[in-house]
Write a protein that binds this ligand. Structure first.
Ligand code: AMP
Ligand code: ZN
Length: 117
């Protein structure tokens, strides 16, 4: 069934509590945790519990959860005390996606207006 956990997916393992991550905010349908290789002072990933290969696939199949993912990203920024931040959805290996479970990067805590990522 669409959205089912995948046995070889790191983020599915993190959702299930068996992956190597210190969890931050957790809701019924999303989980947030710090990126293991931070690219900015705030670098948090927000992921849905359900497995879809990227954000667009998630939005097409489960638009409500995609909306929650964005709302959670905003709450993460609020918790971090940042008003200015960047949300990134890498899609496809050629765009830098390395984990094929939908996720949004919340990046901030440093001026970002001069940089792409
Ligand atoms: P992407 O390149 O968009 O697929 O993003 C995947 C992100 O997951 C990268 O920024 C990695 O640094 C991050 N990452 C990989 N493994 C872990 C982990 N165990 N805990 C936290 N972040 C991770
Ligand atoms: Zn997954």
């Amino acid at each position: 069934m669409a959205g089912e956990p995948q046995p070889d997916c790191l983020f599915c393992k993190i959702v299930a509590g068996g992956g190597p991550a210190t969890l931050g905010r957790k809701t019924e349908r999303t989980v947030a945790f710090r990126d293991i290789a931070p690219k900015a002072p705030t670098h948090v990933l927000v992921i849905p519990h359900v497995h879809y290969p990227n954000a667009a696939a998630l939005a097409a199949a489960e638009p409500e959860i995609a909306g929650e993912l964005l709302a959670e990203a905003g709450r993460v920024a609020e918790d971090e005390g940042i008003q200015d931040y960047r949300l990134i959805f890498n899609t496809g290996a050629g765009a830098g996606q390395t984990i094929f479970h939908a996720h949004v990067h919340v990046l901030g805590g440093v001026p970002m207006n001069e940089r792409m990522v």
